[in-house]
Design a protein around this ligand. Structure first.
Ligand SMILES: [Zn+2]
Ligand SMILES: [Zn+2]
Length: 183
């Protein structure tokens, strides 16, 4: 139950961050302009090719958005309350460096304290401002899936934009073309 509350609190905190709102806005803007402006103008959403491209692009963006939410809302990796350094560990001389002064507890190896999250995170990779969360043991996979889908989506969007720009005979009815030709 505590874990569930923590997840909700983390999701609420993540949603309040301007960088997270910015990232979601960019996703929405790219999706809207790619499908409803460039793709519609190039192939037409009523055609089979246009509808197929819109469906494929929607799947990529949905996967990106879902993995983004998972990475942002996840607990990146809490140190178990029961964790205690092994007294028989031959490397116990190094224990002092594995004690977190801020959390006042011992931490397993590869655990680091995040100054932004104000807590220790298992296998901490880095603190990502775009998800307003640390990337660690528990959300590394969803973070990588999000980055991969964002890369595929960006390239897809760029290709659709370029095809629309060079393969469509513009009739000066689209705002961005008007803007380009005015100057
Ligand atoms: Zn700590
Ligand atoms: Zn952090």
């Amino acid at each position: 139950m505590a874990r569930r509350r923590g997840g909700v609190a983390a999701a609420a905190a993540a949603a309040a961050s301007p960088a997270v709102v910015g990232a979601v806005s960019v996703m929405a803007l790219v999706y809207y302009s790619t499908v409803f402006i460039f793709l519609d103008h190039w192939l037409g959403l009523g055609t089979t090719a246009g509808a197929a491209n819109a469906a494929a692009f929607s799947v990529v963006v949905a996967a990106c958005f879902f993995s983004f939410l998972c990475a942002a809302a996840a607990d990146p990796g809490s140190v178990p309350a029961s964790f205690a350094p092994d007294a028989e560990d031959p490397q116990r001389q190094g224990l002092k460096s594995r004690y977190c002064d801020k959390c006042c507890m011992y931490k397993p190896s590869r655990t680091h304290h995040c100054k932004v999250c104000k807590r220790c995170v298992l296998k901490m990779d880095h603190h990502c401002v775009w998800i307003n969360n640390c990337v660690g043991y528990a959300n590394y996979k969803s973070f990588i899936i999000c980055v991969l889908n964002a890369t595929i989506g960006s390239l897809y969007s760029l290709v659709v934009f370029l095809f629309d720009l060079f393969q469509t005979e513009h009739e000066f009815d689209v705002p961005y073309v008007k803007v380009i030709h005015k100057h």
